[in-house]
Ligand binder design. Structure first.
Ligand code: NAG
Ligand code: NAG
Ligand code: NAG
Ligand code: NAG
Ligand code: NAG
Ligand code: NAG
Ligand code: NAG
Length: 454
């Protein structure tokens, strides 16, 4: 009898595990960093040695953001590494080490900028004096996405390294690069020696080159960045009274035992005090209390049905009191994007990683108008409308065709409502029993699988 109970209990926990895994695979599609909409996306760090000197070299380090729709916002990037030998940073321009470390072994009035074995470098702020700047520096660590603003998708600094090798056989590449924003998410590979970079002069009449170049590639994974989603999707349409809200607990649960009290009521007078209280953890979101607990909600409303066209209203709402999202972006997948006719006040760029399929679009705000999504509150939302041309062979309001298949906000996957809850056409009202049936079948199937393993 006891054995039977124990068996039952263990299969029950396995079912829970299976359900959890199923849920997890729905919530995080790109756990390993691979993203089907941006398969080659990466951040490449280029370390160009420009001159050798008696005790080391001068290098220019450049961070290229090749991610189409992932940017680095204020307070900006933090780049770290481990020196291979006893190198010290004698001097820096366009960037600085966060800590000098112990330079007591150096005599004299001029001592190194940083003696740490594992330095952390940050960008300088805008307004830095010209004599401390280099090209592409001093933007407070903010890097735009490649599609939104390629000119600002690059960040550079220059450093003089001493006690390092003085030729290409003795210089050693730094190891174990880390890139934080300032949270985790990026994993960097080893430095590789590549063909020296070439630089074209401004008048394009002369090409110079670095003495030696190392490349480091860093990849993002949403799974490393945060364990919970940060965004969810809600749906509605003119043809159905019901609004499909974000899944409950999509990004967290209000009455969670493990993390209680992490939200504030919207009308609460405590918002300012709650904001100042947890100052030391000030990059974690402080969200308004909702059933979904997400910092961001994207709402897709099918608004009008014209004869030849149809119209959608998209609203992005910020529930995070601690964040103004600058240079926000959205990626939306819907089969009708091939025939998107008009967007209002959003910039638009089709994303076509596979030339034959044109069903994914990237949107971002118009500069100085709606490129800043303000913190939670009355102005914490932005909206736009989209007009699509109806292609007769594919267009339909049935089976939720009018709703997006996937949405990303700032590159992070948003939790969608389950497809069987999508608003139905009034006459094609499928009874809700099917969804219950589906669930039951799923549980039964997993039971069978699990029992098969017991
Ligand atoms: C990084 O992105 C660039 C631009 O898309 C691409 O050419 C390069 O191959 C990528 N590097 C890696 C290691 O994926
Ligand atoms: C590099 O420098 C080391 C030490 O200074 C020296 O022994 C070596 O001959 C140099 N190699 C080349 C290729 O110049
Ligand atoms: C170092 O430089 C020499 C000539 O200057 C070149 O032949 C050699 O390939 C270089 N080695 C590396 C590792 O770049
Ligand atoms: C770099 O990281 C690896 C793995 O964590 C470790 O084995 C290695 O010692 C580190 N290298 C340095 C120079 O710290
Ligand atoms: C090294 O990085 C630079 C800048 O991203 C890139 O242009 C170059 O192709 C890279 N080299 C290799 C061999 O990946
Ligand atoms: C967002 O921007 C507004 C206006 O610039 C500012 O008053 C507010 O403090 C900012 N909020 C946060 C969380 O940075
Ligand atoms: C994809 O569709 C958009 C909107 O109609 C169009 O502007 C774009 O040129 C198309 N791109 C490709 C690669 O077909």
């Amino acid at each position: 009898m006891d054995l039977f109970l124990a068996n039952l209990f263990s299969s029950f926990t396995r079912i829970l595990l299976l359900l959890f895994l199923l849920h997890a695979s729905f919530s995080f599609i790109s756990t390993d960093g691979y993203d089907a909409f941006d398969p080659t996306g990466n951040i490449t760090i280029k370390w160009d040695i420009m001159t050798w000197n008696a005790d080391g070299y001068v290098a220019v380090v450049t961070i290229f953001n090749f991610y189409k729709y992932r940017h680095i916002e204020s307070p900006g990037w933090q780049l770290g590494w481990t020196w291979a030998k006893k190198e010290v940073i004698w001097n820096m321009m366009g960037g600085q080490a966060t800590e000098q470390g112990d330079c007591s072994r150096f005599k004299g009035t001029i001592i190194p900028h940083c003696c740490k074995r594992k330095p952390t470098i940050v960008d300088l702020m805008p307004g830095t004096p010209y004599n401390q700047q280099v090209a592409n520096c001093c933007r407070g660590g903010v890097i735009s996405s490649w599609v939104q603003d390629p000119a600002n998708a690059v960040s550079s600094f220059q450093l003089t390294v001493n006690q390092a090798g003085t030729n290409n056989t003795t210089a050693r590449a730094p190891q174990n690069f880390t890139l934080n924003t300032p949270g985790p998410g990026y994993t960097c590979g080893p430095a590789r020696t590549v063909n020296p970079s070439k630089f074209v002069s401004e008048d394009k009449r002369r090409v110079t080159q670095a003495l030696m170049t190392w490349n480091i590639t860093c990849m993002y994974s949403q799974f490393l960045a945060q364990k919970t989603p940060t965004c969810c999707v809600s749906l509605s349409s003119f043809y159905s009274k019901s609004i499909v809200s974000c899944p409950t607990c999509a990004c967290g649960c209000q009455n969670s035992i493990t993390q209680p009290g992490i939200c504030v009521e919207s009308e609460s007078p405590n918002v300012p005090s709650a904001l100042s209280r947890s100052g030391k953890n000030s990059h974690a979101p402080l969200v308004q209390c909702t059933r979904h607990m997400c910092p961001i909600r994207v709402h897709w409303h099918i608004k009008v049905n014209y004869k030849e066209y149809w119209r959608v209203k998209v609203t992005v709402t910020n529930f995070n009191y601690r964040m103004n999202y600058s240079q926000w972006n959205l990626v939306v997948q819907h089969p009708n994007f091939e025939h998107l006719t008009r967007t209002f006040s959003f910039n638009y760029e089709p994303l076509t990683p596979y030339a034959s399929i044109n069903d994914t679009a990237m949107f971002w705000g118009t500069k100085f108008y709606n490129d800043l999504l303000m913190h939670a509150g009355p102005s914490g939302n932005i909206q736009s409308e989209l007009i699509f041309w109806k292609e007769k062979s594919t267009f339909s309001f049935e089976k939720g065709w009018g709703f997006p298949q996937r949405i990303y906000f700032n590159g992070d996957n948003c939790v969608m409502p389950p497809p069987d809850l999508y608003p139905n056409l009034p006459n094609a009202s499928v009874p809700r029993v099917t969804s219950l049936l589906c669930l039951l079948t799923m549980i039964l199937v997993s039971l069978v699988i699990v029992l098969g393993y017991v």
